[in-house]
Design a protein around this ligand. Sequence first.
Ligand code: TA6
Length: 300
Amino acid sequence: MACAIVEELQKQYGSENAAFFSGPGNLPALKLANAFGSAELLIYGAHIMSYQPAGQVPVLWMSEKSMFTAGEPVRGGVPVCWPWFGPDPNGKFGGHGYARVSMWHVAGVSQTPAGETSVSLTLTESDVDAKFAPQPFKLELTVTLGSALVIALKVYNTGTENLTYSGALHSYFNVADSSAIKVEGLAGCDYLDKVVNCDGVQEDDIVIDREIDRVYCRTSGICRVIDPVFGRVIKIAKAGSTSTVVWNPWIDKSKRMPDFGDEEYHTMVCVEAANVPAAGDARTLVPGAMGELRQMISVE
Ligand code: TA6
């Protein structure tokens, strides 16, 4: 079944720079490749699994224990969290919404004169399990591989009522040693600390020496992951978001997650472009309106 889908996608959208294949878990996947580098994504969840600029080690992190099973979230890459960030507000379903555990559709693949390669995928309420009772919506995720990896999530209110949602581009970044990195760009920001359940102000650059799970508020700036061991800086810009989430589970939480290796906290950090309700960043679209959340990732 997956092979037939892959063959059909390759026939309809395949190109010199875009090749469909049967990915992990036999899930249909797409590899984008051009002079700027390569990226791979699953059609399931519109989930970017990897991004590797030319001449660089991979920029995104993927757990070696991730599941690749329809209905289960993938642990790593860029989970598309929508229409809720964190626990289900109605307490019925899993965290971070249903977009990341739904099968999307390929809407198009394109190449720009500058040599960038883009793919767009869509999801509507008719693609989502009825148990979620979704309002009418359309999501369009466009991934563009160029001098940066640009991830644009457009949300369309296709219904007749207001559509209120939250979410995140929950990006996992690959680092050589999480205890050696700094995350720049959030100094001075107010944060909500989900580990010790208190609020605070970020005094300086972020270092990872314990579990960190913080929602930084009223921030639309650029973050940078300074990695002295890999000898690089990952620049993370965003748009359509005033809340940024930084997460590393550290020792104990890593052990509690079956799809996260006990020692894998050493090689990752999440820096997420988010719309977090608790940070006053939930979004509401009137009928016919469109909202966009965007993250732009590059290596300096
Ligand atoms: O974005 C940080 C966070 O909300 C953490 O609290 C942690 O739960 C992480 O997301 C992963 O969530 P998941 O549902 O993918 O296990």
